[in-house]
Design a protein around this ligand. Sequence first.
Ligand code: NAP
Ligand code: G4F
Length: 341
Amino acid sequence: MPPAALITGITGQDGAYLAEFLLSRGYEVHGMVRRASTENFERIGHLTSEITLHQADLLDQLSIITLVRDIRPREIYNLAAQSFVPTSWLQPLLTGEFTALGVTRMLEAVRLVDPKIRFYQASSSEMFGDVREEPQTEKTPFWPRSPYGVAKVYGHWITVNYRESYDIFACSGILFNHESPRRGKEFVTRKVTDSVARIKLGVQDKLYLGNLEAMRDWGFSGDYVRAMWMMLQQDRPDDYVVATGIKHSVRDLVELAFRHVDLDWQDHVEVDPKLFRPAEVNTLRGDANKAREVLGWVPSVSFAELVQMMVDADLDRVQHEIDDQKRAAAFNPPAPSPSES
Ligand code: NAP
Ligand code: G4F
């Protein structure tokens, strides 16, 4: 029997890469999706014949217990969350329900149904916030700077607590920013690469951004989901930082992305003060030595390769959109005005 895995947040960026990775390892893959009036399977559409999707919601304890009881997975990857930092100031309570208490609901289901299930929690470098030291390790104290970061600190510690209280194989992966062509367009990397493609292809002129001086340790999502799986294959559960160890500013990102298509970013980028955050995480850089030594994990994609991969994917996609629009216009020419008929 192939091992079964349950992924919450399977419709998100990491969920799609993790589903592909687990399928390649022979897993029976189950995904938890919340009910929506229209399906939101853009990132996993190519996988729907190979995976099983189930409706449940992080807000609904009974639906989670029923789901875990029905599937009885060997491993659970809890990736679902309200994951966009600015939204956490607009919806702090909902963010707490999804991103903090949702973790306890998942852990309660594990405890009640089968405490032998192995559990991965998607913790975040946002927990380091106003960083106390550089680079950040598993031992660096947390100082979150957003309701999202605060909620992730709760999710992290409740995972540690269930490990210590109930001997559950629960791991927390403290992942630094990781991106891909599947990244949501509201996050800065994808906002930049999508705009670069649109500007290059002549369907957009300006790109409005917030703080260009913020620094992040950016890696590739495909590499980071591999680390999640590796954590659950160890003899004992533990917490790991996953990062590249190299940081860049948003300004570096913008320069590189525009340069890749032979454009000067200064002709197109404008700073909009409305996009600055009430409290900023100015800089993040992780030390993933523990993941390298214990798990044998190393990233395979550099920052420059990541930016190029994302710009190229967006150029391709935007060009297809333009071609589709032209074809649709040719098939449905505008109706003649009364004076022409
Ligand atoms: P994402 O693309 O925003 O995906 C979030 C997923 O959570 C989506 O599938 C979403 O479903 C689901 N979800 C949200 N609320 C839910 C609810 N109430 N019930 C069930 N599902 C719900 O995020 P990501 O980038 O893949 O990140 C995955 C996880 O890692 C998140 O927990 C994030 O906070 C954490 N993380 C991410 C990074 C990063 O740089 N990407 C770094 C550190 C930690 P819908 O499609 O229905 O919205
Ligand atoms: O891409 P971002 O929105 O990602 P952020 O806030 O670092 O959060 C992401 O990474 C976390 C891991 O550290 C995850 F836990 C979280 O779920 C999410 O995936 O912003 C990155 C930086 C920020 O400093 C922001 O102020 O870019 C700066 N920025 C500048 N202009 C902008 C913009 N960010 C966005 N989203 N949009 C802008 O126009």
